[in-house]
Each structure stands twice: as C-alpha cells, then as structure tokens.
Design a protein around this ligand. Sequence first.
Ligand SMILES: Cc1ncc(COP(=O)(O)O)c(C=O)c1O
Length: 427
Amino acid sequence: MRNNIVHFWVAEQTYEIREIVEVWNKIKSFWVTIIWENIWDPVSKWEKVPTWLREIVKNNIDEDDSFAYSPSKWVLETREYLAKKNWKITSDDIIFFNWLWEAINKVYWYLAISARVLWPNPAYPTHSSAEATNSGSFHITYNLNPDNDWNPDLEEIENKVRYNPNISAILVINPDNPTWAVFKKKTLKWIIDIAKKYDLFVIFDEIYEKLTFEEEDRVLLKDIIWDVPGIAMKWLSKEVPWPGSRCWWIEVYNQDKDEQFRKYIKSVFFSKMLEVCSTTLPQKVLPDIYESIDFKKSLKDRIKKYKERAQIVEDIFWDLDLIKFVKPKGAFYCAIIFNLDKFPKNPTLKIENDNLKWYIEWICVDLRFDKKFCYYMMAAYWICTVPLSWFNSSYHWFRMTLLEEDLEKFKHIVKTIKKAIIEYSKN
Ligand SMILES: Cc1ncc(COP(=O)(O)O)c(C=O)c1O
C-alpha cells in the first residue's frame, strides 16, 4: 500500500468472549463436552423461550406493518409509550438502533475527534474500542475500586476532568460490566455534579437496570440528571431471553439546554436517517412485553435466582485467599480476581490428553496470566470462562455466569473452578 491504511487501534481490538470459542472450535476434536460460562445466551444455555414471549411476537407477526419500514427514530407508538413513563423526555428524545455496536458507534463517531469521553477502568470493551477508534488515541479512564464495592474515587474523576480539557463526557455503566457493581446514588449524583461544573455531558449505559438485585439500589439517570445534558442507553436483550432481537435505544436528556449538545444529537439522528430505520418487529413488541404480567414475574424470578447463585459463589470462595470476590449487585455474571502474589510465575494445570496438552502449551506461550488460566481450565476441567484483563483492566481475573438452572450442577461448576484455582497456585 502506498499509505498505511490500518487504523492504529486495530492491533488492540479483541473480543475474548467470542475468541475463546474460536480456540475451543480448534480443539473440539478432542471429544470433550464443555460447560459454557463465557456468555449470556439463555436460549442456548438454560432456558426455553417462554410461551408468553412467543405469543407476543406471534400476535405482532399477524400485523402487516410489522414487516414495513419504521420511522428513522423508531415506531412512534413505542416511543410515545416509553416517553409516557418518563416525564423528563418526549418521544422526540428517543432514537432507536439495531444493536449495541450501531448505537455505540454512532454516539462516539459523531463526536468531534478531539472530544474525549472519560471511562471507567475496567470498562466494557465495545464502548472503549469505539471511543478510542474515533479519537485516534488511547482512552482516559477513572478507576473502579474493588475495596469500595467498586465505587470510583470522585476526586480522581474531578482531577482527570480538570486537567484534560478535551474530556467532554463521562461514561457510567450501571449496573456495571464486568464488576457487576451497582453504584451508590451519592456517587452518581457526584458524577452529575462534576459534569455540571465542567460543562460536560454524561452517557449512562443502563442495559442491566431491571436486573438490579435490590429495588432500592436502582438509580437511573432520569432520577438524578437535573439539567445536565445526557444520554441513557437501553436494551431489551438482557431483560427477556431474546438476545438475538438486537434492539437498542437511547434516551436523550436536556437537548434544549445546550446548543452544542443539540447539534451533536441531531447529527446522531441524521446518521440514523441515512440507513432509513431499525428492524421493526422488536420495536413493535416492546410495549406488550413491558406491560405483560409474565414479564414482571419472570424478572422477579430471575433476580431471585441470580442472587441465590451469587451467594453460593461467595460461600464457596469465602476461605480462598488466592482470589478476591466482590459479590455482584446486579445482572447475571460474577468476576473473580487473582491475588497475583500468591501464584507462581508460570503456573499451569494438569491436562490428561497429551495432544491437547501440547496444543494448549503452544497457544499459551506469552499469554497474560488470566487468559492462560482460562485456556488451561478449559482443557483440564472443560469449563469455558472469559479472561477479564482485556476489559482495559490492570487486574488479572475472569468472569463466569450465574445462569446454570440446575443448582447442584452450578455448585459443582463453582467448586471445580475453586479446585482449578488452587491447582494453578501450586504448579
Ligand atoms: C454494559 C453492556 N452494554 C452493552 C452490552 C451489549 O449487549 P448485547 O451483547 O446484547 O449486544 C453488554 C453485553 O454484555 C454490556 O455488558
């Protein structure tokens, strides 16, 4: 090529949740059955799609307009339905996207190149990749502290904002991925105060909001935003077992309070018009889903189940000083952090099959500590988890789900992981 055509960020791009599956695909010829703990896909993992959800979709299939284009912003009835539930916005403040990457790309790519967003560290990588790609530079982050229930140090946030004049927005993911923290109201209000003081806007990814374990912990952007410009990101796929619906929307606050912000949102909307509209069916069924008694009941049942499983993990790990475990406060995963100083320099796990052992040793050369653990555990104990250092994080840790339906099987999985961690500390 005459010029360098590869974006600087490409070398950094990775998506371990799927990458580990690629590794598994290469080694599946070894005939072992894997326990998948890497991703939330209830349909393949544990759940029949419920009849009430099927019925709602079927009813809408009988209507011709389910097959038509929808307005660029969204099906109007659905936008009006959502706006009625939230007095801070009107239906014009809602824009609908097909999926996460589309929403995130449009939100970050339509920012001026010099306008930076301040990130949590660790951070969900889809956000960080898009922002860094747009700005052509590495991200600027604030730390989440596991010793304070993952709440951030607000002084650090304020200092970062004060000394980086390019910072134009602060991102909060609440409940958070990958820490599964639910942030205190005080913390969130402080972030809004900082945004107000330094004339920034805020982005709140609230896709797990309905899966906050304790009702009183649930604080949404709309509850605290005041007159600060902001964007809340919402998503259906975690609340119902329909991850393939690929249906996102943003709610925009206080467009009228800042001319720059209004112009920016207009450009995001314009980009949506360029592709006409998003998929119609998931938008149409949303009010029926939210109004369904079965939906409300299923949320309650699921939260109960995830809380119970989070407690089981804590009970099984409580005496293990090789790791740190912060009990999740929402969603359906948990994260386990290695205490690195308690492990040898180059640990491994025993793999019975010689060919598999050879393959894992080969791919693990120079791998990060947590990634290597996940690959070894997959080959030695047949449990597939996700390493988390790639979430822009300095910790070495991994994630498992709280999904397993069969309680005894779930306990067995956690105990096996504990056994693997202990073995990793000895070899
Ligand atoms: C904070 C956050 N935002 C967005 C997404 C994307 O959701 P989906 O995987 O359904 O596209 C995820 C997925 O894990 C997430 O954790």
